[in-house]
Design a protein around this ligand. Structure first.
Ligand SMILES: N[C@@H](CCC(=O)N[C@@H](CS)C(=O)NCC(=O)O)C(=O)O
Length: 206
């Protein structure tokens, strides 16, 4: 589970043909070849027609505009487009920001880092108040989500969109860190609808 899964899910929904290159975190992301494409040394990164796009939110917005509108998976410019952008950017700038702080407070075996990779945060920085603040911040976000889908099956209304794909992938990651959707029935039902999508269910481990 890395941020690249978000893009993997978006591409699965779109069915857009692509070549998928898997990198080992912390080594494959540091090669000169990769750093030329993404100087941040991070995944996800896509290259489309010679142009590199990095940042998971930017990639979802780009793929949505480029391939999603024709398929009804991303709104054309207008108000619904604004709503889609709101949720995608919020997923990264607000929810994943808090979830990242939570991840830094957890040891690797609790979802704080990829299994098998070294812990990326010194033990003395883990736990303590920062963990509980991060957890509270994540829960506040999940309550926002719960309210948003209380009267609609998907974020933008009746129709599923790539905003749902994007956000639900982060919610799944947060679940792996032990912050689930208990007591948030609307968000839980929404998440179940998102993960039941055939393109996403096919990618589920096991
Ligand atoms: N804000 C970036 C974060 C990307 C990111 O942190 N990716 C991590 C994996 S989850 C990474 O590539 N780490 C590479 C490394 O640490 O070597 C995004 O949303 O795309």
């Amino acid at each position: 589970m890395s941020s690249a899964v978000v893009t993997e899910h978006v591409l699965a929904e779109l069915g857009t043909p692509h070549e998928r290159i898997t990198l080992q975190l912390a080594t494959g992301t540091r090669t000169p070849e990769f750093l030329r494409i993404n100087p941040n040394g991070r995944v996800p990164t896509i290259v489309h027609d010679g142009t590199a796009v990095w940042e998971a939110a930017a990639i979802t917005l780009y793929l949505g505009e480029t391939f999603g509108v024709a398929q009804g998976l991303y709104p054309p410019p207008g108000k619904l487009r604004g709503e889609a952008m709101k949720w995608v950017v919020w997923a990264n700038a607000t929810l994943a920001e808090a979830a990242g702080r939570l991840a830094q407070s957890l040891p690797a075996e609790s979802g704080g880092a990829e299994p098998g990779t070294p812990d990326w945060v010194a033990p003395e920085l883990r736990e303590g108040r920062s963990a509980s603040v991060a957890r509270d911040n994540v829960l506040a976000c999940l309550r926002v989500l719960d309210a948003a889908v209380a009267d609609r099956p998907f974020l933008l209304g009746e129709g599923y969109s790539l905003a749902d794909t994007h956000l639900s992938t982060y919610v799944a990651w947060i679940g792996l860190m032990g912050v689930g959707l208990d007591g948030l029935p609307h968000a839980a039902a929404w998440h179940a609808r998102c993960t039941a999508r055939p393109a996403i269910a096919r990618l589920a481990p096991g």
